[in-house]
Design a protein around this ligand. Structure first.
Ligand SMILES: [Fe+2]
Length: 206
């Protein structure tokens, strides 16, 4: 059965085609804020990233964004990706009042984190440019046992409750250390992938 796309309004979710919706993450009852937009990065970029097995992991100083992105992603084909990363990193810096962000750009041919988990960070911005987006479970759908290490997770959630981001959408996921508030973290995982599928995932942490 296919996971649901983010079209209804699951608990803890706030989404809109306007970028300003991302500021809703500061609301206590919002766990996931989604800027619903088409992907600004074409399949040619995703294909090149997968071919090059692109894996960038770096702390970005906001004052050096343009030069740093050019250093990591010099290929001319990556121009739309660089432009979008500039936009997203700048957005994170403005939204959370930070002068640097932790960037990861990863080309994936198999799920990176296939088990449901929470991230031990305050908040993460994520965007999948090609392929299936990340999956998450609204907190009322998370059983007490789901995050027990080594448990058989498939018996502990219902597929119909699994929400899924779409390519291009920009999401903010609260993490476990959001405002010293354990339990606020979004339970999420990489989407299952079929052979031959390609994903290009970007995450930005504060
Ligand atoms: Fe994660």
């Amino acid at each position: 059965m296919q996971a649901q796309t983010v079209t209804a309004t699951p608990p803890g979710w706030q989404g809109a085609p306007e970028v300003t919706v991302l500021a809703d993450i500061f609301e206590d009852d919002v766990q996931v804020a989604v800027w619903d937009r088409p992907s600004p990065v074409g399949q040619d970029v995703v294909a090149l990233a997968c071919e090059q097995r692109l894996a960038v992991k770096s702390w970005l100083d906001i004052t050096q964004l343009e030069a740093t992105l050019l250093r990591f992603l010099p290929h001319a084909t990556y121009a739309p990706l660089r432009a979008d990363l500039f936009l997203l990193a700048d957005m994170v810096a403005c939204l959370f009042g930070v002068d640097g962000v932790g960037l990861r750009v990863t080309a994936l041919r198999k799920p990176m984190c296939p088990r449901f988990h929470v991230d031990r960070i305050p908040v993460r911005m994520l965007c999948t440019y090609g392929g299936a987006g990340s999956q998450w479970l609204p907190s009322p759908r998370v059983s007490d046992q789901l995050l027990v290490p080594g448990c058989e997770q498939s018996a502990l959630y219902q597929q119909q409750h699994v929400e899924q981001l779409e390519a291009g959408q920009v999401a903010l996921f609260k993490g476990e250390t959001w405002r010293d508030n354990p339990g606020a973290g979004v339970v999420h995982r990489s989407p299952p992938m079929s052979p031959g599928q390609q994903r290009l995932l970007v995450t930005l942490d504060i």
